[in-house]
Design a protein around this ligand. Structure first.
Ligand SMILES: [Zn+2]
Length: 286
């Protein structure tokens, strides 16, 4: 309850509306969800559709390349989902009903298998997820192994979308890359990072026939080296989870995006989607 109050109060001030409607009208927002319940996203979409113009990531990239971002609909908003959780399949009827596009970033080595997302592995009290995100990738994998996890291990249950589900959604969803196994790229060696970035694009293009142009950095983490590798692999853009808006001038490999908690209520959604939340945090030096 406590964490909900600031969002409620902020929304009631009308500032988020003013912020988005007036100050940032020409800019493009990108929002991020993960493993989201279809009923919740249904409510989100019904809230966002009247307030924003939902466009595809491709529309923005095209406009950026032709220097026409200013001509995009005002208050453009792009919906993205990271990881390729199997629950994303349930969004298909919603995307169809509301006729809105979404970009789903897939881990090419996890979709269509019973392999698991590493951060869902229980590692007891000893190793927190945050700790595992900070150490070298090899070290992380060694620790996970002690708990019975390996990136290529096939488990009983499936966590990610299957090939059939991906193909069934491809008319509404734009599938792009989120690496192969979702490592924290700056914690990888040059070789590991190169493999994760280039293989994912290759696998998704070969297996599904997609044109992969966008990379969503796992956990939003990247370094200059990772950007160079993404460029070398042939990506057109890279997406962070750094707050802010996107315009004609935004660096294509540092696109800004607002991550919204899967369980956020409508006030939090609107305050975060408006960009106000990040602006306030920045002002407060956080
Ligand atoms: Zn992710």
């Amino acid at each position: 309850m406590l964490r909900k109050i600031p969002f409620l109060l902020l929304r009631l001030t009308g500032i988020p509306f003013f912020f988005r409607e007036v100050l940032q009208k020409k800019k493009v927002s990108i929002i991020l969800f993960h493993d989201i319940d279809p009923d919740i996203i249904d409510t989100y979409l019904r809230t966002l559709i009247p307030k924003y113009n939902i466009i595809s990531l491709k529309d923005y990239i095209k406009a950026k390349e032709t220097g026409t971002v200013d001509e995009l609909p005002p208050k453009s908003l792009i919906i993205t989902l990271d990881d390729g959780h199997k629950s994303n399949y349930e969004l298909k009827p919603l995307l169809e009903r509301y006729n809105v596009p979404a970009t789903i970033f897939l881990c090419s080595g996890i979709v269509d298998t019973n392999r698991h997302f590493w951060w869902k592995q229980d590692t007891g009290k000893e190793y927190s997820r945050e700790h595992l995100k900070r150490i070298p990738n090899k070290e992380k994998l060694e620790i996970l192994k002690e708990f019975g996890f390996e990136v290529t291990k096939e488990f009983e249950d499936r966590q990610a979308l299957s090939k059939h589900e991906i193909e069934d959604m491809k008319n509404m969803a734009d599938f792009q890359s989120h690496t192969v196994f979702h490592p924290i790229l700056p914690n990888c060696t040059d070789e590991e990072a190169d493999e994760e970035i280039s293989q994912s694009k290759k696998e998704l293009e070969e297996k599904y026939g997609f044109k992969i142009y966008a990379l969503s950095y796992p956990n939003g983490d990247y370094s200059d080296r990772d950007i160079a590798l993404a460029k070398k692999a042939g990506y057109t853009c890279g997406i962070t989870i750094e707050p802010g808006f996107n315009s004609q001038d935004t660096d294509l490999f540092r696109l800004k995006r607002a991550s919204i908690r899967d369980g956020a209520d409508i006030n939090e959604l609107l305050v975060k989607a408006s960009g106000l939340w990040w602006y306030l945090r920045k002002m407060m030096g956080q």
